[in-house]
Design a protein. Structure first.
Length: 134
């Protein structure tokens, strides 16, 4: 079995169920989905999908930082949108967090998200390795 380590931080919303904010397995870090919850209040931020995406990505960044990583270490994200019409607004915020080349990404429209959120973002990051190495 692969050695697994839980990653946790108070700078992102706590897990409210039987899951971890992130798990490191070898050189990979699997980050659970983040929504636009303010980690101090536990409430969804106001301001629409842009504000929620911004907060979700800051929450994701806090989890990555707790793992000793950053946005540049992210190789894959999955984005869940409550309304696919928010795709362009999400992209405008998302692009400010990831340098070129951005990670691979899948985006799905879903029927609903926890707490009535408009967006949820999960990520996989890689620790170490040479840039461009395969």
């Amino acid at each position: 079995m692969t050695d697994r380590r839980r990653i946790a931080t108070d700078r992102a919303p706590r897990a409210v169920g039987p899951y971890s904010q992130a798990i490191q397995a070898g050189s990979l870090v699997f980050c659970s989905g983040q929504i636009g919850l303010d980690p101090e209040t536990g409430e969804l931020v106001e301001g629409g999908v842009e504000a929620e995406a911004n907060r979700a990505l800051h929450n994701l960044g806090a989890v990555l930082e707790a793992a000793g990583l950053g946005y540049a270490d992210v190789v894959k994200t999955t984005v869940f949108l409550a309304a696919i019409a928010d795709f362009a607004a999400l992209n405008a915020v998302y692009a400010t967090f990831f340098a070129d080349p951005p990670p691979a990404r899948s985006t799905f429209a879903v029927a609903a998200l926890p707490k009535g959120a408009r967006v949820e973002i999960e990520a996989i990051a890689v620790r170490g390795g040479e840039p461009g190495a395969v």
